[in-house]
Design a protein around this ligand. Structure first.
Ligand code: BTN
Length: 237
């Protein structure tokens, strides 16, 4: 099956769809693929965290050639397309973005994105979406939810089709345009946030992102650029 120029490879069980994508990325000569699995035995998240991969949820990796220097564009495309897919099911959804690449539904994490480099020019965009299950909040750094819990009934296949149609449109947009779309949908702009990275905490006012999707944090009278970390909303009532 092909969706929007991407050949879809559906597998029953893998360790991680990102690992399969990495293996496939050598010697496929410019082809675009999506590797989807029903189950992952070693699904992983950012910073080496476990990604709970129970059957019924969606796990896939988009494999495409993309310049590493434009990574920010890929991050914004991947996250915005997730948000827009959820809005297609319910335009009234309380859905927003959280830096660097999370999507929150009713204030809880609905999905995760893990970007990795493949062979040559290939990039791997690994995405997990909680369709019917979500891990309990005590297991998580941030509370989680599922589409089912939010009253959206769908299947992994349907979500993936809608997602890929949006992804191929969004990837053609300029970084400036994507940034505008991202900023319009991000939570907590102009409020105090805390960014945690390797145990170090930095508090400041969330000023947005630049075109590389790096976070801009105002601390005192200086704006710092932050390349990686986890955001917590400390300034909201
Ligand atoms: C995160 O929020 O920490 C990122 C989670 C990314 C999970 C997806 S599921 C499909 C792909 N395969 C993996 O092992 N991880 C990503």
């Amino acid at each position: 099956m092909t969706i929007s120029g991407f050949k879809i490879i559906c597998l029953d069980e893998v360790d991680s769809t990102n690992n399969v994508a990495l293996q496939l990325s050598s010697g496929i000569g410019g082809q675009k693929k999506v590797i989807q699995a029903k189950r992952q035995t070693a699904g992983r998240g950012r910073w080496g965290r476990i990604w709970h991969s129970t059957e019924g949820n969606l796990f896939f990796s988009v494999l495409l050639e993309f310049p590493l220097q434009q990574l920010g564009k890929l991050i914004m495309t991947a996250a915005l397309s997730l948000l827009e897919t959820i809005k297609q099911y319910n335009p009234q959804s309380d859905v927003c973005l959280k830096w660097p690449n999370d999507v929150l539904l009713n204030g809880a994490k609905i999905s995760g994105i893990l970007l990795e480099k493949g062979a040559g020019e290939y990039m791997i965009v690994g995405i997990g979406v909680n369709i019917v299950h979500h891990p309990s909040s005590i297991d998580m750094l941030y509370p989680a939810t599922s589409l089912k819990e939010a009253g959206i009934q769908t299947t992994s296949e349907d979500f993936l089709q809608k997602y890929m149609s949006l992804f191929v449109c969004n990837i053609k947009r300029s970084a400036a345009d994507l940034r505008q779309g991202w900023l319009k949908n991000v939570r907590g702009l102009g409020t105090e946030i805390m960014v945690k990275q390797n145990g170090e905490e930095r508090r400041g006012i969330f000023q947005g992102i630049d075109e590389n999707a790096d976070l801009l944090l105002r601390i005192g009278d200086r704006t710092q650029k932050i390349l990686a970390g986890d955001v917590f909303y400390t300034g909201e009532k």
